[in-house]
Design a protein around this ligand. Structure first.
Ligand SMILES: [Zn+2]
Length: 259
């Protein structure tokens, strides 16, 4: 199985999630030393597997990986292989629109850190209850259940071409904007299509456009001043330079105003 890399970790010295970008910035400005991150970085999901920091090289960005001596808990989605584009497509086709939206809502609660959800899952896992981890995609095949996990990407972090074409769960706190394009066809009839633009706050507290989703005739109702919790499953396409997010399924997108 491909060794997984992590974009963030649960850091026991701050009792919170630390992103790879935060850690890399610290290391860069401290002579390559990890400081308080040393020995305190764990799997962001099960908080059991210990992670180590792999320094950047001229060819590769820094990343976090599991220490081979340590293990994920049984419910953790990181123990399963990553879902392919095809697997997720078939998985979503086996669900109703409502079921997909429920699933997106569970992913949002877990990743955008409703502490209660995380506590429920941890308690269930400790009591050996079969945990329904929203970050797993499951499918029956020849009487057997196949489970696949999703690579995940926080939208505020670096979106590079190295992840192009791979299936990801994109998430984060974003601002949104609808671009409505009006056109007239050859018969003189007017029509329109929409793009949903997605912005994240950078370190200088500026909201920068990170990606865009083609929405066809769906015109989302957006308040541009609000901050939204956002989750979407799909892949990035860099063929026109700027990354466009192509959804795995029309329903594999959910955003909600942060309250
Ligand atoms: Zn884990």
């Amino acid at each position: 199985m491909l060794k997984k890399s992590f974009d963030e970790c649960y850091c026991t010295s701050i009792h919170d999630i630390a992103t790879l970008d935060d850690i890399a910035d610290f290391v860069e400005s401290h002579d390559g030393k990890l400081g308080n991150y040393e020995g305190t970085m764990f799997c962001p999901e099960c908080r059991s597997a210990e992670l180590s920091y792999v320094h950047k090289t001229s060819k590769k960005r820094a990343f976090l990986r599991r220490k081979s001596s340590s293990r994920h808990l049984p419910y953790c989605s990181y123990i399963h292989e990553y879902s392919s584009i095809q697997f997720s497509k078939e998985y979503y086709e086996s669900l109703t629109d409502g079921q997909i939206q429920d699933k997106m809502a569970s992913m949002m609660r877990l990743l955008l850190r409703d502490p209660l959800v995380n506590r429920v899952i941890t308690t269930q896992a400790t009591n050996n209850v079969e945990v329904d981890n929203p970050l797993l995609l499951k499918k029956e095949k020849n009487g057997q259940q196949i489970r696949r996990s999703l690579r995940r990407k926080k939208l505020s972090t670096w979106l590079g071409e190295e992840i192009a074409g791979e299936l990801y769960l994109f998430y984060g706190e974003v601002k949104l904007k609808v671009q409505r394009i009006e056109k007239t066809n050859e018969a003189g009839e007017s029509y329109f299509y929409c793009f949903l633009d997605i912005f994240c706050e950078n370190k200088n507290r500026e909201w920068k456009k990170k990606t865009q989703i083609y929405r066809g005739a769906t015109e989302d109702s957006i308040d541009e001043k609000q901050i939204y919790h956002f989750v979407a499953v799909g892949k990035l396409d860099f063929s026109n330079g700027f990354p466009k997010l192509e959804l795995s399924n029309k329903q594999s997108l959910l955003f909600k105003v942060v309250e």
